[in-house]
Ligand binder design. Structure first.
Ligand code: COA
Length: 185
């Protein structure tokens, strides 16, 4: 994912939807809904557990105010299980953050959220979905490779790493076939 969300005006994302029940994950009643600023306390607690170099509150606030596609997976009590943030561009959507809360990993939530991002990108008329992933994050790379993402390049020293070092990013792309007419912003 991006080290931090890029700033600047981008094409407005499709209007957020209200919480919708989605396929149950291992028997848990899961819903997907738009992320709001009052969710950020929960989101940041997960972010800080999931990453050595987490996004800041400001990164999330900027993304929400810029109108990026930002959604949560929540349980029946509205507790956050995972989330994603994606930035619509002219012909592509850039997945900036996709995270599952550590206690809820290995239950298919990431795969389900990835499908939602792909559907949203297709609805926006994007030709491709792009992301960066740390070279050392093999697990996330597996997730993306299994869904058909392919490496299209590297960004040397893109991410901060321990002891003031930097880590390269692998840039991955999924080509999207349009299944319906794009939504107008
Ligand atoms: C990477 C991450 C999003 C995966 O979330 P998850 O909900 O555990 O993933 P899922 O249960 O949906 O598994 C999806 C796929 O991920 C891969 N995967 C998951 N756990 C794995 C593991 N321990 N080893 C290897 N691959 C694994 C597999 O391809 C798996 O597909 P499969 O179920 O067909 O084997 C999650 O570990 C996470 O949030 N990590 C910290 C944040 C992060 O690295 N985000 C990605 C930044 S690019």
């Amino acid at each position: 994912m991006s080290a931090a969300p890029p700033k600047g005006k981008r094409r407005t994302a499709a209007a957020p939807r209200h919480a919708q029940p989605v396929a149950a994950c291992q028997g848990v009643d899961v819903r997907q809904r738009a992320m709001r600023e009052d969710d950020l306390e929960q989101v940041l607690a997960i972010e800080q557990r999931a990453y050595s170099f987490p996004w800041t509150q400001g990164n999330f606030v900027d993304s929400l105010r810029a109108g990026y596609v930002a959604e949560l997976r929540v349980d029946a009590q509205d507790a956050v299980l995972g989330y994603f943030v994606a930035m619509p561009g002219v012909d592509e959507v850039h997945l900036l953050n996709l995270t599952v809360a550590p206690p809820h990993q290995h239950q298919g939530h990431a795969r389900a959220m990835l499908e939602e991002v792909i559907a949203r990108a297709q609805a926006l008329g994007a030709g491709s979905l792009l992301l960066e992933v740390r070279l050392g994050n093999v697990r996330a790379q597996e997730l993306y490779a299994r869904r058909g993402f392919v490496e299209i390049g590297r960004r040397p020293r893109y991410y901060p790493a321990a002891h003031s070092a930097r880590e390269d990013a692998r840039v991955m792309r999924l080509a999207l076939g349009l299944t319906r007419a794009p939504q107008t912003p």
